[in-house]
Design a protein around this ligand. Structure first.
Ligand code: KIV
Length: 299
């Protein structure tokens, strides 16, 4: 287990100032690293809040980590809205970004705006995220024009992983790196307030970042980006499916959970739990009153 118990957790939550788009841009300008994490429910949102991250993404990775789908593709808008609403209830300070799921924005600007509006209106998100450049940059432009902030996502875009040759790093040839660059610049042109770079060589990210004026959040894109994002279940070790090389584990929570539930099961089976301290009492005379009434009724 690689937990880091000595890292102080900020306590003065009441003093926390909500993250805004100007504050985010200011962080980039000042070179202050931006921290983003995914969350999918009320408790994970509370953890993100207390850990004082800057941005929380209700990622469609939740399709796999909490809903058990084999990929991000099957998750529906309704499922994402339910996850995002729960996160909203647990969050005050970080900016909340909702991931538009596959099939919910690509077909037309109208569809993209309508879906984005649901994330803002029904789930209380502050912004939405979509994947890829190309037509997605057009959708981003339409959503931004409707007054909703958009985060872009380039490099490895899991919604279209099949077309990219699988879950593998992108931009590893000159031509492919240029394609990632074109996508990122198109999303910036479209008005995205931030862009995620996923699984691209650190040296490519570092060259691109010189031309990107909005905060770039990396995942598997090296240290040059303005911030980092990790999937909650990967970083805490809750999910033990395939983990990409960039998914550093900072804790082994699944092992802790299995140990806790196993101990519970063991104590129930051995008659150790519940103990006297887990039960309620009743005054002796009240018990006696109940006992005689009960006996009369059942005899
Ligand atoms: O869905 C997700 O969790 C994401 C992050 C990996 C950026 O898109």
């Amino acid at each position: 287990m690689s937990a880091t118990p000595h890292v102080p957790v900020p306590q003065d939550l009441d003093q926390a100032v909500p993250m805004t788009l100007p504050r985010l841009a200011e962080k980039k300008r000042l070179g202050e690293p931006i921290v983003m994490v995914t969350a999918y429910d009320y408790p994970s949102a509370q953890v993100a809040e207390e850990a004082r991250v800057d941005l929380v993404l209700v990622g469609d990775s939740g399709a796999m980590t909490v809903l058990g789908y084999p990929s991000t593709v099957p998750v529906s808008v309704e499922e994402m809205l339910m996850l995002a609403s729960a996160v909203r209830r647990g969050l005050k300070t970080p900016l909340l970004v909702g991931d538009l799921p596959f099939g919910s924005y690509e077909a037309s600007d109208e569809l993209a705006v309508a879906t984005a509006q649901r994330f803002i209106k029904e789930a209380g998100c502050d912004a939405v995220k979509l994947e890829r450049g190309g037509t997605s940059a057009e959708r981003a432009r339409a959503i931004v024009a409707s007054g909703i902030p958009v985060m872009g996502h380039v490099g490895l875009t899991p919604q279209t992983a099949t077309a990219l040759g699988g879950y593998r790093a992108q931009g590893r040839t000159g031509e492919r790196a240029l394609a990632v660059a074109d996508d990122a610049l198109a999303l910036q042109q479209a008005g995205c307030f931030s862009i995620v770079f996923e699984a691209i060589p650190a040296s490519v990210a570092s060259l691109l970042i010189e031309r990107i004026e909005v905060p770039v959040i990396g995942i598997g894109a090296g240290p040059a980006t303005d911030g980092q994002v990790l999937v909650f279940h990967d970083l805490l070790g809750i999910y033990d499916g395939h983990a990409p090389r960039f998914a550093k584990r900072f804790a082994d929570v699944k092992a802790e959970m299995v140990a806790g539930v196993s101990q519970y099961a063991d104590e129930v089976r051995r008659g150790v739990f519940p103990g006297p301290e887990h039960t309620y009492s009743i005054a002796e005379e009240e018990l006696e009153a109940f006992r005689s009434e009960w006996h009369m009724r059942v005899s």
